[in-house]
Design a protein around this ligand. Sequence first.
Ligand SMILES: [Zn+2]
Ligand SMILES: [Zn+2]
Length: 345
Amino acid sequence: MKALVYHGPGKKSFEDHAKPEITAPSDAIVKVSKTTICGTDLHILKGDVATCQPGRILGHEGVGVIEQVGPAVTAFKPGDHVLISCISSCGKCAYCRKRMYSHCTTGGWILGNKIDGTQAEYVRIPYADTSLYPIPEGMDEEALVMLSDILPTGFECGVLNGKVEPGSTVAIVGSGPIGLAALLTAQFYAPAKIIMIDLDDKRLAIAKKFGATSCINSVKRDAVEAVMELTGGAGVDTAIEAVGFPATFELCQKLVAPGGTIANIGVHGKQAPLHLELLWDKNITITTRLVDTVSTPMLLNVLKSKKIDAKLLITHHFKLDRIMDAYETFAHAGNSGALKVIIEA
Ligand SMILES: [Zn+2]
Ligand SMILES: [Zn+2]
């Protein structure tokens, strides 16, 4: 089969690769129909993710059809149309019993990291019963690819951890796919204000379409000043960090109101300063999380009922044999305007 393989920092190739085989009774082999590229894949290619070793097939998002199941798989059979979760969950360890699947002792985020991933014609999914979701009849495959990772990530790490409430004020720093996923799902709770902050007017224009009440280009305007103006000098109840830079985490610390919450989503590769000298008396909460995908069944129902349109996040389409071009487009989002790219196997 064909697959996109990581060969160490800065190196990847689209090449022939052995087809995966069932190695444990709870495995399934899925024929991938659609996948995508994540910001995390770019982190791996920079060499930021030490657990991902050269030779690994990348990708942790996608939908497909089950080709084969191991003898212990009872919830799925060959031919079933499935959504692949970015998090593999054994369902049995202490973390899984706490619904903290991201820390599953033998699973978690392993796809396209510690084991071969979805940017290929076929992928082996461990713990298939608890790591795959059945796709209801007639649902749009492309929208569902947004459910493998970015929608649950924006919702769980940003909106749930950020305790977004009706009538509250929210600032989201970063208007990329994850920030936009947080913007879409924050609206479940009807906050009074959702302020998007980014450096790119194109991305902010999309945020406006997605329901942002205000957009701030922090190159053109001091973001702190602008947010204080919009909130009567108080700051926001929820500041969501959706970039992963020290500066954006520091910005959230300046935006949060007394009693508020900073919810970090960004993947931080560097130490980020925490200004306790300014925050020690502000009654704030700071949360961190790797997505657990516990909200996936709920989000599946939301998409099914068309309460949100996840396809709005998709800007480009490529066939699998043009995945190298897809990476170029995705990596240069400033020029290409790319949000999520769909790759069709
Ligand atoms: Zn991802
Ligand atoms: Zn587990």
